[in-house]
Design a protein around this ligand. Structure first.
Ligand code: PLP
Length: 261
């Protein structure tokens, strides 16, 4: 499972499928560091191995490349540690094929300083998202969060925080690595926002089945219409913790002006 945008996948179902078929679960929590599932457990700690990224665009970013894997299984932990150092243990006696996957000490030093702020940054991202939701609803361009169909009441579809309110203690139900809206004139809007110097990004422009590297699987346009529509309409807006209220208002006003034009 990939815990996309900052909230958790539906892990109960995934765990039950994995149990039935005796599969291991490797969670991609690159965009979900600290995210809590509906029962309070953190994304990345529910399956057999959890993977995190410290790439600068992540909620906890270092100054280059970095990442982390976690596991509760001592055998997997040992194997991961060996793979991290070219597969050798002791040094130069190679048990498995590994690579250089060490976290650079300089990156670790940066992360050490930033880590204590992570929760407050995620809370600020949530606050920003709440303000976006409120302002978008006030524009009349959307009836509320979580819409899935475009119509006259829903020209902008807002992201829903799926596990919000499931548990009193699970405040990190969404850490908003991305705040992604959907609009039908996405590419034109994107151009307009860029002209107004509003940062934006498409996560992701091409679905898996149409990626060139999978062309040997012979999928074609139309095979996965929901994925294709998501790729054609999704647009991520600025959500970083330091955003100011007036900047969020400027983004929403700019989108309103574009759509009502
Ligand atoms: C969901 C997801 N998985 C994996 C990765 C890869 O992380 P890294 O570049 O640190 O290997 C990223 C980051 O781009 C990501 O967003």
């Amino acid at each position: 499972p990939v815990h996309l945008y900052g909230q958790s996948c539906e892990m109960d179902e995934i765990v039950s499928i994995a149990k039935e078929h005796k599969l291991k679960i490797i969670e991609d929590a690159a965009q979900a560091i600290g995210t809590q599932y509906k029962d309070g457990r953190c994304a990345g700690t529910i399956g057999d191995i959890g993977c995190f990224s410290f790439f600068p665009s992540k909620n906890l970013g270092c100054y280059g490349d970095g990442g982390l894997t976690v596991t509760n299984n001592p055998e997997l932990a040992e194997r991961l540690k060996i793979m991290r150092v070219h597969g050798g243990k002791p040094k130069y006696y190679h048990k498995v094929i590994g690579g250089n996957f060490r976290l650079d000490a300089l990156q670790a030093a940066v992360l050490n300083v930033k880590l204590p702020y992570l929760n407050s940054w995620s809370a600020q991202r949530r606050k920003n998202a709440e303000l976006y939701n409120k302002l978008f609803i006030e524009t009349g361009l959307t009836a509320g969060v979580g819409g899935t169909e475009f119509n006259d009441e829903n020209k902008v579809l807002l992201p829903k925080a799926v596990y919000r309110g499931f548990s009193e203690t699970a405040n990190n139900y969404h850490i908003y690595n991305q705040y992604t809206i959907r609009v039908q004139q996405r590419d034109e809007l994107r151009k307009y926002l860029s002209e107004k110097e509003i940062g934006n990004e498409i996560y992701y422009p091409v679905p898996f089945h149409l990626q060139e590297c999978f062309s040997n699987l012979n999928y074609k346009q139309g095979d996965f219409p929901n994925a294709e529509e998501a790729c054609a309409t999704s647009l991520a807006l600025p959500i970083f913790p330091e955003l100011k209220e007036e900047q969020i208002k400027y983004v929403v006003d700019t989108i309103r002006d574009f759509i009502n034009k």
